[in-house]
Write a protein that binds this ligand. Structure first.
Ligand code: DC
Length: 231
């Protein structure tokens, strides 16, 4: 029987976690789950339903509405990964825009939102053979994950990557705004009370400021193979 494991990839925003997780899942024939997309989906819902105004979130209404928020992943063979759907609508493109990025960290501080999404993530993980990326996967969602990776890179390197990505998508962005967003999100993600971003003692830290995509993939693929082969 094939031995399958859970691989948790956590780390700072814009460290290329999802790029690595997608490539790793493909190489291992595993399922890739982008948990940031789930927090983005809830943020998108809040924006669409006027639950965010002047940087204030109508938390009470959002918590009330949580039962109405259905998030699904559906595999897109053309893209080679599962895209996120909110109540049946593909919102993969919308959730990557800056207006969603600007509020997602705040939405992710709400304990009731986290509770709902963590429960769904654990359910998905029951089948194993999963690469999941986020901020609390190794610390909260799957503390027993067989392989935990923590990714980081300098804020400038990360902002530059994100900036080029947004330009490529045709968004009209300013580098300093992107850098500010990266720094603010680091702060909110690391200092929140519920499940803050942290490196667990058993995680392997990778600073990819000076690694190519291939070098990084080879490194993590070999770590995963080592565990799978000796399971
Ligand atoms: O990975 P991302 O940039 O798409 O994540 C968006 C936000 O969601 C990020 O600012 C922190 C939050 N997040 C979280 O709190 N826990 C997760 N498991 C994933 C994301």
């Amino acid at each position: 029987m094939k031995k399958e494991i859970i691989i948790a990839i956590d780390g700072h925003s814009s460290t290329g976690k999802s790029t690595l997780a997608k490539e790793l899942a493909k190489a291992l024939n595993y399922i890739y789950i982008d948990t940031g997309a789930m927090y983005r989906a809830v943020t998108y819902y809040a924006l669409q339903n006027n639950l965010i105004s002047e940087k204030k979130i109508n938390k009470k209404q959002l918590i009330n509405d949580l039962a109405k928020i259905q998030i699904d992943f559906k595999y897109n063979p053309d893209k080679g990964f599962a895209e996120v759907y909110l109540n049946g609508q593909n919102i993969e493109k919308e959730i990557r825009q800056m207006y969603v990025s600007n509020f997602v960290s705040l939405i992710a501080t709400i304990p009731e939102v986290r509770e709902k999404l963590v429960a769904q993530q654990r359910k998905i993980g029951e089948r194993k053979g999963i690469v999941m990326d986020g901020r609390d996967i190794g610390s909260v969602v799957f503390p027993d994950a067989e392989l935990k990776i923590f990714m980081t890179a300098s804020p400038e390197v990360r902002a530059k990557r994100r900036y080029l990505e947004l330009l490529e998508k045709g968004e009209n962005v300013n580098f300093n705004d992107v850098l500010t967003n990266v720094i603010i999100r680091d702060k909110i993600d690391s200092e929140r009370d519920t499940s803050p971003l942290m490196i667990t003692p058993d995680a392997i830290k990778i600073d990819n400021s000076h690694l190519t995509r291939q070098e990084q993939l080879d490194l993590v693929f070999n770590l995963a193979k080592e565990i799978i082969d000796h399971k």
